[in-house]
Write a protein that binds this ligand. Structure first.
Ligand SMILES: Nc1ncnc2c1ncn2[C@@H]1O[C@H](COP(=O)(O)OP(=O)(O)OP(=O)(O)O)[C@@H](O)[C@H]1O
Ligand SMILES: O=P(O)(O)OC[C@H]1O[C@H](OP(=O)(O)OP(=O)(O)O)[C@H](O)[C@@H]1O
Ligand SMILES: [Mg+2]
Length: 382
């Protein structure tokens, strides 16, 4: 899922600030001090930067894989050992924790950075302004927090939140009973949507059983494939999605402001993540094309909608020796193409005379400066 597809969270509105190519990452001491004064409380006395990673569960392996893909392999010899190192980041300590404890420990100042699902950050962060999303789309752990009701009985013809709210059954004495593990976001969502007669119960798992057991009328839980809902005769409804979630990199604002090295480390992690994630969606395509000049070939390439590349095509002459003369009858074209548009791009290249099309995966794309870094500094007031 793309960041732009995430609904605007009340806590972490997604906003991108244009990049300034001349921007320097080093902030002056006075800038940091004045930002620090704006933040209440002090960070605890320690020198190392602490990054919390999921210790187990569905986020754990994917998180380590992502870091490895960014050349940030975590040296973790034993799964029962909760502290580890990333050799490339010498002042960083990795602490393995459950995702909800990562959020809690960011708030208590015991961690500086963490990776967890956006759902967990929103639920356990409870809108606390000290939590700051550094990267909102790490591209795994996709799911949504969604309200679901039975397909049968009194709910048979109910297909939206509005219809659910208007059912005459819910009164002060007999409210809509919702089972959820999201005891902060659940009540907030219902209140924000004008559902006043609601009561909540909670459990640690298998919530989908609650309606059939007669414990609840509806459930509010995470959905990814939708299989668990289907198997339990439940359905989602229009307007019932509380949030879309995926793994995010989150930080303590206090730490970033008061620890200079935390900000530098965050910058490096962010750059590596961005470079890898940007490259993930792209292929590098090279092809040869007959032409009279680079400009003429460029004109042909740019006449095709899928061939503009990241910043336009790179075109270079291919020199051949024929009859004792060196000439450039062919030109090599290099473009980056989104994976989704790959076949269309190959067709368009062929249509304008491209031959010998070679395609290779891209490993990293380092841009001049990442918009997320600029956005982070703005959020920090730097
Ligand atoms: N289908 C899914 N169901 C639940 N979580 C999902 C799903 N798909 C992705 N996720 C992500 O994985 C996280 C759940 O991971 P995990 O199983 O480790 O947590 P948990 O069960 O909430 O933790 P704990 O076992 O400590 O209570 C969610 O917070 C969410 O971000
Ligand atoms: O839409 P789906 O792909 O079916 O996934 C959704 C289910 O996965 C999660 O449960 P989990 O497997 O963590 O079990 P639990 O509810 O017992 O924690 C979540 O709580 C849903 O029950
Ligand atoms: Mg679980």
């Amino acid at each position: 899922m793309l960041a732009s597809n995430l609904p605007k969270s009340p806590f972490f509105p997604t906003r991108y600030v244009p990049v300034s190519p001349s921007f320097h990452i080093t902030c002056s001491v006075s800038q940091l001090q004045s930002a620090a004064e704006a933040v209440n409380g002090r960070v605890s006395e320690r020198n190392e930067i602490r990054l919390g990673l999921p210790s187990k569960g569905r986020m754990a392996a994917d998180t380590l894989d992502l870091l490895k893909d960014c050349q940030l392999s975590v040296k973790h010899v034993n799964p029962r050992q909760y502290v580890a190192q990333i050799p490339q980041l010498s002042d960083l300590e990795v602490w393995f924790q459950r995702p909800k404890d990562i959020v809690r420990k960011l708030l208590s100042g015991d961690l500086d950075l963490g990776i967890a699902g956006f759902d967990t950050v929103s639920e356990y962060g409870e809108g606390n302004e000290d939590l700051i999303i550094v990267h909102d789309a790490l591209d795994y752990g996709d799911c949504r927090l969604s309200l679901a009701i039975p397909k049968y009985g009194i709910f048979e013809n109910i297909n939206s939140l509005t219809e659910l709210a208007q059912m005459p059954q819910w009164t002060k004495e007999k409210p809509l009973r919702v089972a959820t593990g999201f005891t902060y976001l659940g009540p907030k969502f219902m209140k924000d949507n004008g559902l006043n007669h609601v009561s909540f119960s909670t459990a640690d798992g298998a919530l989908e059983a609650a309606p059939a057991m007669g414990i609840a009328d509806a459930i509010l839980d995470l959905v990814s494939s939708g299989t668990t809902l289907k198997e339990n005769n439940l359905k989602e409804i229009d307007g019932g999605v509380v949030l879309q979630s995926q793994a995010v990199l989150v930080a303590s604002k206090k730490s970033l402001i008061q620890r200079k090295s935390a900000l530098d480390t965050t910058h490096e992690i962010l750059e590596r993540l961005e470079a890898h994630l940007r490259a993930q969606g792209q292929f590098m395509v090279t092809a040869n094309m007959r032409g009279n000049s680079a400009a003429e070939v460029a004109e042909r390439v740019l006449s095709q909608p899928s061939l503009s590349g990241l910043q336009g095509p790179t075109i270079s002459p291919v020199f051949c020796k024929s009859g004792g003369q060196i000439a450039a009858d062919y030109y090599a074209i290099v473009i980056c193409v989104p994976k989704k548009a790959l076949y269309k791009s190959v067709q368009q290249l062929r249509a304008i005379g491209g031959s010998g099309v070679l395609i290779s995966p891209l490993t990293y794309i380092f841009d001049e400066e990442t918009p997320r870094w600029r956005e982070l500094l703005t959020k920090l007031g730097l």
